[in-house]
Design a protein around this ligand. Sequence first.
Ligand code: C2E
Ligand code: CA
Ligand code: CA
Ligand code: CA
Length: 279
Amino acid sequence: AKEKGRDNAQVFTSNMTNAVTKRFSFEKEVNDGLSSDEFFLVYQPKVLLEKDNILGLEALIRWNHPVKGLISPADFIPLAEESSLIIKMDEWVIDKALLQLKEWRDKGLSIVPVSVNVSGRHLVSDSLVSFISKKLAFYGIEGGYLELEITEGVLLQDIQRCIDVMFELKGLDIKISIDDFGTGYSSLSYLKRLPLDILKIDQSFVEECDKQMEDAKICETIVYLARSLELSIVAEGVETAPQLEALKSLGCEVFQGYYFHRPMKNTEVAKLLSPNLEE
Ligand code: C2E
Ligand code: CA
Ligand code: CA
Ligand code: CA
């Protein structure tokens, strides 16, 4: 993300006025979009070995732009991350995900934990923990149903602050996972100091894990690392049966990917959740 910021900065200085105008209109469009329901969440299941065994869901943001149509987060998250706009967006996602859990529960469905992607800027801000605890109380959802996905890069910026915030999150029973694991540079000593729950093996290693020895070895190493640190593992971006078999043989049990489920609308998710029989 840092690399990208630098590239953009170069483009911006070569045409300053244009860049300022562009950023201004981007921010306005996001703000307008957030208040007029142009954004929505899709959810991708994480499964334990089988398609129907849904352990949790990842919330992923989508933007249905009035002119440009459906825009992928890859096209607006990096831009939003350049300013505090990302905090507003992350907060919108957390609010919507918790509201969704409340709605599913109110419909008599048995809910599963939902993970949201949180940017580094937001994690180290003073507002994250208080925002989450306020929202959990408001919707009556237990912290155990919320998980935060954080990319490794974040940890390198202000490790002590990350540790402090993560312990506060632990106090709310919220789970923390490291997203895209293996693509950053987190050192082992950092990992040991952080109260983490899950490592998500990046899809770039999963992609060739059935074909390339190097990628299989990386996946295997991540699995061993997770075991020794007593963390759970999620393999993401699983698309084919051979990938799945390779990952299983390395000891992975929790999967996310098109092979099982694509990200889907809330109404589709509701069909997959079982009725809550305890009520
Ligand atoms: P990510 O967190 O690593 O999310 C996984 C991405 O891989 C998602 O793309 C998902 O749709 C896609 N994916 C899932 N299974 C497969 C598969 O089997 N094959 C392939 N090729 N792709 C698969 P998406 O939804 O376009 O999101 C892209 C990235 O944008 C995310 O990567 C995340 O970094 C960011 N993002 C998405 N939603 C949010 C959000 O609400 N907040 C923030 N801060 N970032 C978000
Ligand atoms: Ca993620
Ligand atoms: Ca990921
Ligand atoms: Ca990613």
